[in-house]
Design a protein around this ligand. Structure first.
Ligand code: DC
Length: 235
């Protein structure tokens, strides 16, 4: 992994980026990681893969005990092909199917199960030990990587996030209703922030970045500058 000049850490550099859904975390984190030469880890994709695994086994996602019983066989691998993160579930590339509506619906239920969180958190810590990473999710700075060198909480107002999502759907030629998209985002926010385990909240030492008023390029630049400044100060 390319080591940036001046950042002479004896261990791998870990950057945690948390925030609500639709704040652009994944696309901003991916591009920031590319510019810094870090590996990007999308933990939401791992929860989605776990949800798909539960669905493939026709297990009720609310049945925490049954879900827990199949976790020892859960084999999720993140591979990097042409600079893109691909998600493999038991050897099969599931990068596309984990984005379907069914999986999106099942993921929050499965991700609320403590054993699932423990299992995926262990996998995420293992990746972080071996690579300079930017890892995005909901509980990275608070639970998974509490000692990350840089913690960022990336957010935007629900209205701006809904507007962006709505535009994205329309551009893909899909039917969409702004009010429904907004209600969906607010519902997901409520769920994420009120989960009994690992609720979404900024880590005490995280840097808040609000992208409501800035575009993608400005957001990426701000994230990259924030990481550089923080690492320069620690080097
Ligand atoms: O960011 P996303 O929509 O791809 O996340 C998919 C699901 O996983 C979503 O329900 C939130 C959950 N998640 C989580 O509980 N913890 C994480 N670190 C990342 C995602």
């Amino acid at each position: 992994m390319p080591q940036q000049k001046g950042w002479d850490f004896t261990h791998m550099i870990n950057v945690a980026i948390d925030g609500p859904s639709g704040a652009g975390k994944s696309s901003i984190s991916r591009e920031a990681a590319r510019r810094l030469g870090f590996v990007y880890v999308d933990t939401g994709a791992m929860y989605r893969a776990a949800a798909l695994y539960v669905m493939q086994h026709r297990i009720d996602p609310d049945d925490a005990e049954k879900v827990g019983s199949i976790l020892p066989m859960l084999d999720i691998e993140l591979k990097y092909e042409d600079g893109e993160q691909k998600v493999y579930l038991c050897g099969e590339n599931v990068s596309r199917v984990i984005r379907t509506r069914e999986v999106t619906r099942c993921a929050p239920i499965v991700s609320a199960i403590p054993k699932v969180r423990q299992c995926l958190s262990d996998m995420q810590q293992e990746i972080a030990r071996k690579n300079n990473i930017i890892m995005d999710g909901r509980d990275i700075g608070t639970v998974v990587l509490p000692h990350a060198e840089v913690k960022i909480f990336l957010t935007a107002s629900p209205e701006v996030r809904a507007q962006r999502r709505y535009k994205e759907l329309i551009e893909k030629g899909m039917e969409a209703d702004y009010e429904i998209v907004l209600a969906d985002i607010k519902e997901r926010d409520y769920f994420d922030t009120h989960k009994p385990i690992s609720p979404l909240r900024p880590a005490k030492d995280s840097i808040m970045i609000d992208t409501s008023e800035i575009d993608f390029e400005q957001s990426v630049q701000l994230v990259v500058d924030t990481i550089r400044n923080k690492l320069d100060a620690r080097a």
